[in-house]
Design a protein around this ligand. Structure first.
Ligand code: FES
Ligand SMILES: [Fe+2]
Length: 356
């Protein structure tokens, strides 16, 4: 799939029709055409520092395992045994010597080679050496670890191009993971992302955040696979201090909310057609100023999130009402929504042979 310029000029654009926001068939198509064909954020580097450290997760519908080998190389595999599809691990772990399947105990090296298989002596033409876990594409970037299932997914550097340079002197690689907050929301995963992608709702939904950001200077820029909303910080809040706020969205479901000394990643995961989970992971620079803001940052972020959840759940009901038809977008404030929905239109056309 190629990034698209537009199916329609922004000045003429309408939002995605409501039918894309519900139905099991629609979500199944998105799992194949969107999630399985993109870089998915699965772990952070601190979870995978030493040989044998491993993280389990899912990319689309596929269970995956990330594991650091004895040779120091980080690898990813489907978390699916070659015997009868059992799991190689059920949860994250540290310092494993090997991967033992939880079903019948076949054992693989950390590099994915089958090493032993109990009681298989009567199996003819059965050679351990011929059985390996298939390697997945893995990429470490700024302390975050991503997996792609398919060779058709563009190179990681193409998708994330320019972010590190743009936010300098903020250095994401110097930040350390602190904690995760998860929110389960009664809306389609795209409703949450559409909402993230525009500041148009700021004055109406987020009175507190509007006082911290400069709405008049709030700006949106578009890149092939990501968009950036940015705003100067007014500098008088306990949560953020001075500088610039950068809100990156990287197709299809990763957000990087960056302020001086702080990174918050958001991962949006569908739980069903009308329900999603939003995971906020907090990372902080190891300096006193950043540390002093942690409590205020997290409680303010939670306050804003509660406001977004309320509006997203109401929008989901509106989309499902039967009374909504794709409305016109605001060119000045909703170019990020247009950009995301155009990437989806291209994915849907590839995935279902139908255009949106
Ligand atoms: S499924 Fe893994 S050992 Fe049987
Ligand atoms: Fe919001």
């Amino acid at each position: 799939m190629q990034p698209v310029d537009a199916s329609k000029a922004l000045e003429l654009a309408s939002a995605l029709p409501a039918r894309y926001y519900f139905g099991e068939d629609m979500l199944a198509m998105e799992q194949r055409a969107v999630f399985a064909l993109s870089w998915q954020l699965v772990a952070h580097a601190g979870q995978l520092a030493e040989a044998g450290d491993h993280v389990v997760g899912k990319v689309g519908e596929v269970p995956v395992i990330l594991v650091r080998g004895q040779d120091g190389v980080l690898r990813g595999f489907p978390n699916v045994c070659r015997h009868r599809a059992g799991p190689l691990a059920l949860c994250n772990g540290k310092g494993a010597r090997a991967l033992h399947c939880k079903y019948h105990g076949w054992t693989y090296t950390l590099e994915g080679q089958l090493r032993s298989a109990p009681e298989m002596q009567d199996a003819a033409a059965f050679d351990l050496q011929e059985i390996r876990l298939p390697p997945l594409r893995v990429h470490e970037w700024q302390g975050l670890v991503f997996v792609a299932l398919d060779e058709a997914v563009p190179d990681f550097d193409e998708v994330y191009a320019g972010i590190v340079e743009r936010i300098a002197p903020i250095d994401l690689s110097a930040m350390r993971y602190l904690r995760r907050d998860s929110y389960d929301i009664d809306c389609n995963w795209k409703v949450y992302i559409d909402n993230f992608l525009e500041g148009y709702h700021l004055p109406h939904v987020h009175p507190g955040l509007s006082r911290v950001l400069d709405y008049r200077a709030y700006d949106t820029e578009l890149f092939p696979w990501h968009s950036l909303q940015s705003s100067p910080l007014r500098g008088d809040s306990d949560a953020y201090g001075e500088g610039q706020a950068y809100y990156y969205f990287v197709y299809p479901n990763v957000m990087l909310n960056i302020m001086p000394g702080r990174l918050q990643t958001n991962r949006i995961l569908p739980l069903g057609p009308g329900r999603c989970r939003v995971e906020f992971d907090y990372y902080y620079a190891q300096d006193e100023q950043a540390m002093a803001r942690i409590a205020a940052d997290q409680s303010f972020s939670d306050e804003v999130q509660v406001e977004d959840i309320g509006i997203c759940e109401a929008v989901q009901q509106g989309l499902a009402s039967g009374f909504y038809h794709a409305g016109r977008l605001c060119p000045k404030r909703e170019s990020g929504v247009w950009h995301f929905q155009n990437l989806l239109r291209a994915a849907y056309a590839d995935g279902a042979g139908a255009s949106a």
